[in-house]
Design a protein around this ligand. Structure first.
Ligand code: MF3
Ligand code: CO
Ligand code: CO
Length: 278
């Protein structure tokens, strides 16, 4: 049986109980969520052929420092960077390095800042130079899949409703949903209960209640869903080397739906797509 607890009263570790947060927490999450969103906005113009993912990571560290925020990934389970940068067939947890980005690459940048003890977690796809149609379409499908999952959120439904909405859309578009990683409770902790699966059926999972805060972060592949982890212990890639995309928002459940904490103030949550459309 799953139990829900008033967030302030529960110990600061993942006990499996689900924290329900109040208005003060929502306000703090707005602040850190907007900081993450601004960082992901500002990074947009840096992403050009020739720049390395290490340079992007350095920018994200410095941006956090300027705003009294620390990247949650720094020294997290031995991870040593401020962001994950996942290029082309990398599904997630790509490690920033010195290699220059190349024209036609697609890349997910995922950053989590901790501000006054609150975690804001978001990621987007970026297009380097001009990108092939199939890659562009994968990014569009992945963003739409995430938004359909988010649209399913309201008190009383189960987490499975989110997964079902994502899977139904992605598979109708002949793409596949990665099973090995999921969304997660977030707030005082980086990774908390419950897990948010990006596949499944509406009668599965735990019931959503007002005050829950979690991420929705589907990874969608053009080919098959299977992944493997490289020998660095982090980098997840598609087994068939097909392209993979991911977007991530942090959301809070409200009386009749949810609030998105990580909306782009510049309207750039889909940088490659929205800039080209403009
Ligand atoms: N930000 C990722 C997430 O969305 C987690 C990255 S953990 C790391 O949950 F250690 F790989 F950075
Ligand atoms: Co996350
Ligand atoms: Co993330």
């Amino acid at each position: 049986m799953v139990t829900y607890v008033e967030a302030g009263t529960a110990p600061l570790r993942n006990t499996g109980q689900i924290r329900l947060y109040g208005p003060d927490a929502f306000e703090a999450m707005r602040v850190v969520g907007q900081l993450v969103a601004r960082a992901l906005d500002e990074v947009t113009e840096l992403v050009q052929p020739g720049i390395s993912t290490k340079e992007i990571d350095d920018f994200l560290f410095a941006f956090g420092e300027k705003h009294n925020a620390v990247p949650a990934t720094l020294n997290y389970r031995g991870y040593r960077h401020s962001s994950c940068t996942s290029i082309n067939h990398v599904v997630c947890h790509g490690i920033p390095n010195d290699k220059p980005m190349r024209d036609g690459d697609i890349m997910n940048i995922d950053v989590t800042y901790v501000l006054d003890g609150w975690h804001g977690d978001s990621s987007r796809m970026y297009m380097v130079g001009s990108v092939k149609r199939a890659a562009m379409r994968l990014c569009e499908v992945t963003h739409e899949a995430m938004m359909r999952g988010i649209d399913a959120i309201r008190p009383g439904v189960r987490t499975g409703a989110i997964g079902a909405a994502i899977q139904n859309f992605a598979e109708a578009e002949r793409c596949s949903v990665v099973r090995d990683f999921c969304g997660h409770g977030v707030g005082r902790l980086f990774h908390d209960a419950p897990n948010i699966l990006h596949y499944g059926s509406p009668n599965e999972g735990v019931e959503l209640r007002e005050g829950m805060i979690f991420t929705v972060e589907p990874m969608i592949n053009l080919g098959r869903p299977h992944v493997k982890i490289l020998s660095d212990g982090w980098t997840a890639v598609t087994r068939d080397r097909s392209l993979s995309a991911q977007y991530e928002h942090t959301v809070g459940v409200t009386t009749n739906g949810c609030e998105l904490f990580t909306v782009s103030p510049a309207g750039l949550h889909r940088p490659g797509i929205d800039l080209k459309a403009a």
